[in-house]
Design a protein around this ligand. Structure first.
Ligand code: GUN
Length: 284
């Protein structure tokens, strides 16, 4: 078994971003800026937002936190997005999801300037990913591809199984694997025989949000196993969608939780913000 160390790969990505940001900030007289919006008091979301601010400081970006109460109205949130769209110091905008139930998530996402949409959730960016002509990739699937590349694994011709079909991870993940010529199967809650689909996979990406769902009997000997899950086990300990202890001896490559995909998602957000900044100044 080879462990794919997400912390190490993420540190490398952030290091490259920091170097570019430092140089370009001197050239243009302004740092890359990321605005993060958090509505309400979901504790997990609060941690994610704090980490994003920390990452920005680490790579030399300006960060703008907008922490709003759960009672925020759709109109107030829309007004903030419009203000950030027009702000020259803001190159990337991220609205932390999920939003409180009374807010219309889709309308907010659609209001973000696609050029500042560092999540790549806007329909324009989603569409561009479909046709393979994009500036941004959603952070988690992009991070997974970086991890696969970092381990020297080629996707071309391989059987890839993605478990989960969310707009944030599963669907774009399948598309990125397809772009690299994988033969892709997407599984979900209605899939008839999940174990069989998984067992066929040379590359297995689990993104369902069910603790330790993937056990050793569902994994092909030597497979690449990427765990996007972020769950709590019966003892309240952080764990993935993969039963790491049993799968690690069967997999050829495996990512741990924590320390696998999570740090990569954060690193790719920094990379996307740098891309948005560069594009704002007309460079690639
Ligand atoms: N909530 C969980 N993951 C994400 C993400 O990647 N982006 C945003 N905006 N919210 C999230």
């Amino acid at each position: 078994m080879n462990l794919i160390n997400g912390k190490e790969v993420a540190a490398k990505v952030k290091n490259d971003v920091r170097g570019d940001a430092e140089y370009l900030s001197d050239c243009f007289g302004v740092k890359p800026g990321l605005a993060v919006i958090l509505v309400g008091d979901d504790p997990a979301s609060a941690v994610y937002v704090k980490n994003k601010t920390k990452d920005c400081a680490e790579v030399g970006f300006e960060s703008f936190e907008h922490i709003l109460p759960a009672s925020t109205t759709q109109e107030e949130l829309m007004a903030l997005v419009k203000q950030l769209n027009a702000d020259k110091k803001v190159h990337g905008i991220l609205c932390q999801l999920p939003l409180p139930k009374h807010l219309n998530e889709r309308e907010i996402i659609n209001a973000i300037d696609p050029k500042k949409d560092v999540d790549a959730f806007h329909p324009e960016n989603v569409g561009r990913i479909m046709i393979g002509d994009y500036d941004f990739l959603p952070c988690t699937p992009a991070g997974v591809m970086e991890l696969i590349h970092s381990a020297g694994i080629s996707v071309s011709g391989k059987k890839c199984t993605v478990i989960g079909r969310s707009n944030i991870v599963g669907k774009p993940m399948a598309m990125l694997l397809l772009h690299e010529n994988g033969t892709v199967t997407v599984c979900h809650s209605k899939t008839r025989n999940l174990a069989e689909e998984c067992k066929d996979a040379d590359i297995l990406v689990a993104a369902v949000g069910r603790a330790k769902l993937i056990t050793a009997d569902m994994v092909k000997e030597g497979a690449v196993v990427i765990d996007v899950g972020m769950n709590r086990d019966e003892n309240g300990k952080l764990c993935g969608d993969v039963d790491f202890e049993s799968v690690k001896d069967k997999a050829g490559f495996i990512t741990p939780v924590p320390g696998g995909v999570g740090p990569m998602t954060r690193a790719m957000l920094m990379k996307n913000t740098l891309t948005a900044y560069k594009k704002a100044f007309g460079i690639r």
